[in-house]
Design a protein around this ligand. Sequence first.
Ligand code: BG6
Length: 507
Amino acid sequence: MSIKKTTPTCITIFGGSGDLTKRKLIPALYNLWLDKWINEKFLVICTGRNEMSNTDFIKTLKEGVDQFSRRGKADTKEWEKFSSYIQYKVADFTKEPFYNELKTLIQKFETDASGTVVNKIYYMAVPPQFFEPIARLLAKKEFNTDKENARLVIEKPFGTNLESAKELNNCLLSVFDECQLYRIDHYLGKETVQNLLAFRFANALFEPVWNRNFINHIQITVAEEIGVEDRGNYYEGSGALRDMIQNHLLQLVCLIAMEPPVSFEADEIRNRKVDVLHAIRKISKDTVHDFSVRGQYGPGEIDGKKVPGYRGEKNVAPDSGTETFAALKLYIDNWRWNGVPIYLRSGKRLHDTFSSITIEFKPVPHQPFPEEASETWQPNLMVMNLQPDMGIRLRFQAKKPGLQMQLNPVDMLFDYSDTYASTGTPEGYETLLLDVMEGDATLFMRADQVEAAWKIITPVLENWLSTDPASFPNYAAGTWGPQAADTLLTKDGNNWIIMPFKKNNHA
Ligand code: BG6
């Protein structure tokens, strides 16, 4: 496929000296540039409060690329060329004067681009309290007027509850048009997450069984071995439900459960996704316990090393009630999914790090085999491994070789690292940044999607905030979370399924 370069682009990163810029944004832009997606007319203005020379700033960015880029250490010559596009501006972006300076820089860039269309991207990689002031100042100084080419990117968290998300939407929509807003959920940029659309809608094979007639239940696990690291301040006000379930996991539910779109237009895909969120059965206040489980890790062991409990982490209250694990059971009340439970769980300091979606199919209507033949029978499973190993495993029954009829579960595997060994998979941020430059909002959250997702978790959130989690900590670091998360499934006759994604891994 030939590469279509983006139009000339000027990106302003608010929070340019922050962690996200160093770890994700600059490595992503550098890789896009190496892969020749980026126009030669390109400027990245990084704003930050830290006093630093441009040279020192570029040096810290290079360290970030060396450490975090999927390609590893930056090539000195290529980095020199790429970094010449970056300018660091020490600025107080809550005050007007900076915006005058910014205007001059961007206007000069536009003049140098000699009359061609220029994308102007304003990326808010800042804590959420700055979203509103920046958006308003951008509007006041008329950075919002080019509806086609001026775009505002908003990082998470998008609100802390339904009300604050609505307020933020109202504010942003009073100064920018929806088509100019790019609310990022970095999960949607992941290769395997995008592949869910290809898998479901480019194959005729799976659609006939993708419904309540054939599927017993669906489970989604996003497990992390890492703890809260140095993000205690943020995480204390967030917790697993808001940090992971409200956004990443509910977006995965949308992709797994949505109806086939008519086209690949951004709004068509987003309409089909929001339909799913609207169809999710509301959890009533008095049934929160039946549909949700929260947990917090205590001290334990990860990879043989002792690690502290959450309450012992930096910037975490010694009696913190914040959950580091959340599990939910959802139902989608529509024709396709009626009665099929969808289990979600996500947690920190769990036994392993992986994200996967598992579909358990219903048993065959009738087993003609003698009882001893089917002793090892297991239901058909499809496991979509999103990360770190990427691939899809289909588990089905086969006859075990031998003189007797004996059934045995076996696996068919699609492993990205075998099939696409030579190509190098782009990071989520590469995909998403390129999409912003191309004006493609398909993988970004629309205002109504964000609000619909908040509505789903609101009863659980309110219940958890108003009741004391007396049993915290209720799982040891390095385990699979609280016991109650297992019961959430076993009371329906189901279990969490953990299958390492290894080749020839027959049961
Ligand atoms: C972020 C959360 O959105 O996603 C983090 O704030 C989490 O707590 C991270 O660790 C997981 O993303 P990834 O891409 O590392 O799986």
